[in-house]
Design a protein around this ligand. Structure first.
Ligand code: UDP
Length: 235
């Protein structure tokens, strides 16, 4: 998979179709593959903390999830978002031969997400789930491995989910590990995704900031890095 770099952070030059094909092949060949979504927040986290940069660089695929990332890369035209990749994998579950484990969010949310997926996608195999607040990681790993999952979606926010993937990738038997942030909150119906028009206008981040004010605490760093990216675009 081709890639470029934005402020030292890798970004894959790819498409949903290519990723689905790679995932299908990796499962077929029993190989590992991990996906991290790159947005302004990840660029900040990685540039402000060396350990997080190392963790992010250890992934195999870096989807251009944020609009500011896409705008900084001449080679990339469109966003590949965590939630849309999640949906595409669910749509293609049969082709991929996916056996899915959902890990993250509250018990109520992850269970509702599972139920909605079973209703929406005929024949989808959700082989297990766990909320994102468990204390015993060994029990969790055992549960994931016993489930026979080949894909684990981890939805615990960043950098928590990336750290968890980094720390546990070797002991998890599943081939595919994907961090999907707040996706279960949306799939469960707890949170609404930004309307299509807002996404098209490239201001989904603003919509999320207004709906989830906890995101406001990051604004000063976001402004600083927004201008660093802008400078990069002019070069
Ligand atoms: N979460 C979790 N365990 C924790 C903390 C958070 O499972 O210890 C979940 C939380 O319930 C929510 C998600 O992580 O579902 C938060 O995702 P957020 O939207 O913040 O992620 P982002 O997409 O911004 O990385």
């Amino acid at each position: 998979m081709k890639k470029t770099y934005v402020l030292n952070v890798p970004v894959s030059i790819t498409s949903y179709d290519e990723i689905i094909n790679v995932i299908t092949r990796k499962i077929h060949d029993n190989e590992k593959f991990s996906v991290v979504s790159i947005n302004l927040n990840k660029i900040i986290l990685a540039n402000e903390d060396r350990k997080i940069m190392k963790i992010i660089k250890s992934f195999d695929c870096f989807i251009p999830d944020g609009i500011s990332v896409v705008r900084s890369c001449d080679e990339i035209n469109d966003r590949i978002t965590g939630i849309d990749l999640f949906n595409k994998i669910c749509e293609n579950n049969d082709k991929i031969d996916a056996k899915i484990f959902l890990y993250g969010a509250s018990e109520e949310v992850v269970l509702a997400a599972k139920m909605n997926l079973l209703k929406k996608y005929d024949g989808i195999k959700i082989v297990g789930y766990e909320n994102g607040y468990v204390n015993n990681n060994d029990d969790l790993i055992r549960k994931i491995n016993l489930s026979g999952a080949n894909i684990v979606f981890i939805a615990m926010g960043s950098p928590r989910q990336e750290k968890w993937i980094y720390d546990n990738r070797k002991v998890i038997k599943a081939n595919i590990l994907i961090g999907v942030g707040g996706t279960f909150d949306i799939v469960s119906g707890k949170l609404k995704r930004a309307p299509k028009l807002i996404r098209k206008m490239g201001i989904e981040w603003l919509y999320r900031m207004i709906r989830e004010p906890k995101r406001l605490k990051n604004v000063p760093l976001q402004i600083k890095y927004y201008f660093k990216l802008k400078k990069r675009r002019k070069k």
